[in-house]
Write a protein that binds this ligand. Structure first.
Ligand code: PEP
Length: 249
C-alpha cells in the first residue's frame, strides 16, 4: 500500500529560531493527524535544531538537497551522510529551482540519488514541465524523459523507496494550480510510465503533487486516485495551513 505524504519545502525561508518555532507548532497541531506521513524540509542550517523539535513526534525531517559527492574538497556542499547524521529521513532532489538556477542535470541527479540510498535517505524526486512545454502539449514527453534519465536507472530495491513529486513549474509559487483533472491525468501517466520498468511496484510508489497547493484546493487534488499527497512550498510556512492540507484526504 502506498503512503499518503504531505511534505513542506521551506526553501530559503525562516531564521533558525523561527524554524524551530514552526516545527514545534507543526508537532503540536499534528497530534490528531492520522494516516498521513508528515515531512518538513528546512534549510540545512536548521536541520539539527528542527530535529530536536521533531524528536518523538510523527513529523519526519528532510533536507532540500544534498551533494553529489561523498566528501572532500567541495566548498559549500553538504553530503548526504551529513544530512542523515542530523536525523533526517528524506531528501528532496531535482526541484525545478535547483535544475533551473543551479544547473542540476540528470547526470548530477543520478549521483545524488545514489548518495541518498547509500545513506538511507528517502529521495523525494521532483519532475515537471515548464509553462511553454505544457502549452505545446509536451508535458508527457518532458516528464517521461526526466524519469527515463534518472529513476529508470534505479534497482528494483531502491525504486521501492523513492517518492515522486510532480511539480509543474508554471504552478510553483505562482498561485496557479493544476486542476484536479490535470493532476490526475499526469500522475496516472507517471505511474504507468514507472510500471513499464518496475511493474506492479509502481502501484506502491507515492506520487505527490506540488504547485500552489493550499488548504482551499488540497481536498480536490488529493481526492484523485493517483495523487498520494503534496509537496508544499509557500503554504508549509504557516502551521495552520500545513496541517489543514494534511487533513485534506
Ligand atoms: C515547491 O516549490 O515545491 C512548491 C510546491 O511551492 P509552492 O507550493 O509555493 O507553489
Amino acid at each position: 500500500m502506498r503512503k499518503k505524504i504531505v511534505a513542506g519545502n521551506w526553501k530559503m525561508n525562516t531564521s533558525v529560531s523561527k524554524g524551530e518555532q514552526l516545527a514545534a507548532e507543526i508537532v503540536e497541531k499534528s497530534k490528531d493527524v492520522e494516516g498521513v506521513v508528515l515531512v518538513v524540509a528546512p534549510p540545512f542550517t536548521h536541520l539539527t535544531k528542527v530535529a530536536d523539535k521533531l524528536n518523538g513526534s510523527q513529523v519526519a525531517l528532510s533536507a532540500q538537497n544534498c551533494a553529489a559527492e561523498t566528501s572532500g574538497a567541495y566548498t559549500g556542499e553538504v553530503a548526504a551522510s551529513m544530512v542523515a547524521d542530523t536525523g533526517a529521513k528524506y531528501c528532496i532532489l531535482g526541484h525545478s529551482e535547483r535544475r533551473e538556477y543551479y544547473g542540476e542535470t540528470d547526470e548530477t541527479l543520478n549521483k545524488k540519488l545514489a548518495q541518498c540510498f547509500a545513506n538511507n535517505l528517502i529521495p523525494v524526486f521532483c519532475v515537471g514541465e515548464k509553462l511553454a512545454e505544457r502549452e505545446n502539449e509536451r508535458h508527457f514527453e518532458v516528464v517521461k524523459t526526466q524519469l527515463y534519465n534518472t529513476v529508470f536507472n534505479l534497482s528494483d530495491e531502491d525504486f521501492g523507496k523513492v517518492v515522486i513529486a510532480y511539480e509543474p513549474v508554471w504552478a510553483i509559487g505562482t498561485g496557479k494550480t493544476a486542476t484536479p483533472d490535470q493532476a490526475q491525468e499526469i500522475h496516472a501517466f507517471i505511474r504507468k510510465t514507472l510500471a513499464e520498468k518496475f511493474g506492479a511496484k509502481a502501484d506502491d510508489t507515492s506520487i505527490l503533487y506540488g504547485g500552489s497547493c493550499n488548504p482551499a484546493n488540497a481536498k480536490s487534488l488529493f481526492a484523485n486516485a493517483d495523487v498520494d499527497g503534496g509537496l508544499i512550498g509557500g503554504a508549509s510556512l504557516k502551521s495552520d495551513d500545513f496541517i489543514a492540507i494534511a487533513k485534506s484526504f
